[in-house]
Design a protein around this ligand. Structure first.
Ligand code: GLU
Length: 492
């Protein structure tokens, strides 16, 4: 591509960064990075009643967490700023003056109530409900009268009433819109603020955006925007509309399907690399078989022609699986650093040194293969930190009620008590001798011990676990399980 690529992500700060928005940002970012172009962040905050500073900060922090850095935009500046639309009002005023002068835009004095009434009437009589063009034909005198009445006016675009507008989409080919279906849309609201369609065009042109990559939900806005580019004599960028993202039930992704924001995924223990990898495949594929792509791979391989047309299905199970792959790739130290705040938040300890870095490192290594999300670690490891563990009655019934259990626990207690060096190797040797000595199957030995010391039937590897628990805790837990077993036997 000869022209310097410039793309943008232009969120409206009305809420947190959603999965769909994150995918749009990612595709723009990848495209820019692939071609050595520029990725711009622009905050579309002209809807003052819904835009907030908090949402802007939340979006920015999610983008940063994902590692999607921008070359121009808030915080970093750039030569085409400002990058908040509410700070760019003079650009819109200038463009509107030009359109009014050329009679390609006009003042509309219709009040919201009048518009609503006429919309209802139109619907009743089977006519299109869009704006009927009443103010397009106002004489100067009529305009003056309205002004004198103190009516406020919006500015509308005078859409051509015949012909067609063609959106040449990279993936969808030419999408043809009949101009008759495009109503005279508003450019500037009565409160003086521009609408999305207008501001986006003015800014995309001023910021020299070459390619617009955004969700297919914007496809119906595109002919309006193209007409504006043409009216203002601006060159039209290349459009790429990304496929819808649907939930597993085929309905548009929403809260009903679980977490939908980047923030929630972060909180639930997903890694940014896994999210990026997963989002990359939500509407793009390199080949049939490759699923794991590092960010560097994605930058190298990402091209627009491989974006898919069909809706993408968001599959949480696949994302979890992928996250597990990324967790397994981490070094134990790195993973431990990510787990520590999760343990601290759960109140398991206040500072890592309270529990011992060595122990935390061992626990991390023990669970690394087993967790799909960082937060899975809580359920899997809580017994290490708690003073007392409860054994749920069902588990106790299943594992501790065997007649051999008392003997097994007694033997385990005795052998472990004698150990001078309480490490994995010695613990293993001690416990492995029990099946033969008592003439019981290994499973009947190790399962009750596991349940006694961890409270559950599935745990990290037993001998290592016992080493981390330490002699005192292990013996105490075996004693408590023995008491419980005896009670059961007494009751039974
Ligand atoms: N502010 C618009 C949105 O968040 C931007 C759409 C576009 O990329 O043009 O949907």
């Amino acid at each position: 591509m000869s022209k310097k690529i410039r793309v943008r992500f232009a969120p409206s700060p009305t809420g947190v960064l959603h999965i769909g928005g994150a995918r749009t940002a990612l595709y723009n970012w990848l495209f820019a990075r692939h071609h050595g172009g520029k990725f711009i962040l622009r905050i579309e905050d002209t809807d003052r009643s819904r835009s907030t500073e908090e949402a802007t900060s939340a979006i920015i922090s999610s983008l940063k967490w994902l590692g999607l850095d921008w070359d121009e935009g808030p915080e970093v500046g750039g030569s085409y700023g400002p990058y908040h639309q509410t700070e760019r009002l003079s650009f819109y005023e200038e463009a509107v003056a030009e359109l009014l002068k050329a009679r390609m835009a006009y003042k509309c004095y219709c009040s919201p109530e009048e518009l609503e009434e006429r919309r209802k009437l139109a619907l009743k009589s089977g006519k299109p409900p869009g704006y009927d063009g009443r103010c397009r034909k106002l004489t100067e005198k009529e305009q003056k009268d309205y002004e004198e009445e103190g009516r406020k006016c919006a500015i509308r675009f005078a859409c051509p009433k015949e012909g067609e507008t063609i959106v040449s989409d990279t993936i969808r080919g030419d999408v043809v819109f009949q101009n008759t279906v495009l109503e005279d849309f508003i450019l500037v609201r009565a409160n003086g603020l521009p609408t999305y369609n207008f501001a986006a065009v003015i800014d995309d042109a001023a910021m020299k955006i070459t390619h617009i990559i955004r969700g297919v939900d914007h496809l119906t806005n595109t002919p309006k925007q193209i007409l504006l580019y043409e009216a203002l004599g601006l060159s039209v960028p290349v459009f790429t509309h990304l496929p819808m993202i649907l939930g597993s039930d085929g309905k548009p992704l929403s809260k009903r399907h679980g977490a939908t924001s980047v923030e929630e995924y972060k909180k639930d223990g997903y890694l940014p690399g896994a999210i990026l990898n997963y989002l990359a495949l939500l509407g793009w594929s390199y080949d049939e078989k490759t699923t794991i792509f590092s960010v560097q791979d994605l930058i190298e391989k990402f091209t627009l022609d491989k974006i898919t047309k069909n809706p993408a299905i968001f599959d949480n199970i696949k994302l979890q699986w992928m996250n597990g792959c990324y967790i397994r790739e981490l070094s134990v130290d790195k993973l431990m650093d990510l787990l520590i705040p999760i343990w601290v938040d759960a109140g398991f300890f206040a500072k890592p040194s309270d529990f011992g870095i060595g122990n935390l490192k061992t626990i991390t290594a023990l669970v690394q293969e087993r967790i799909k999300c960082l937060t899975d670690v809580l359920e899997l490891t809580d017994f290490f930190f708690k003073e007392e563990i409860g054994i749920d009655p069902k588990t106790a019934d299943k594992v501790l009620k065997n007649p051999e259990v008392s003997k097994v626990l007694e033997a385990a207690h005795e052998k472990l008590k004698e150990l001078e060096k309480f490490d994995t190797e010695n613990v293993e040797a001690a416990l492995r001798s029990i099946p033969a000595e008592l003439d019981v199957k290994p499973k009947l030995v190790f399962q009750p011990i596991r349940v006694a010391v961890t409270g559950r039937t599935v745990s990290p590897p037993l001998f290592e676990t016992i080493e981390v628990l330490g002699k005192e805790k292990t013996l105490k837990r075996i004693e408590l399980a023995q008491e419980a077993t005896e009670e059961r036997e007494g009751n039974g």
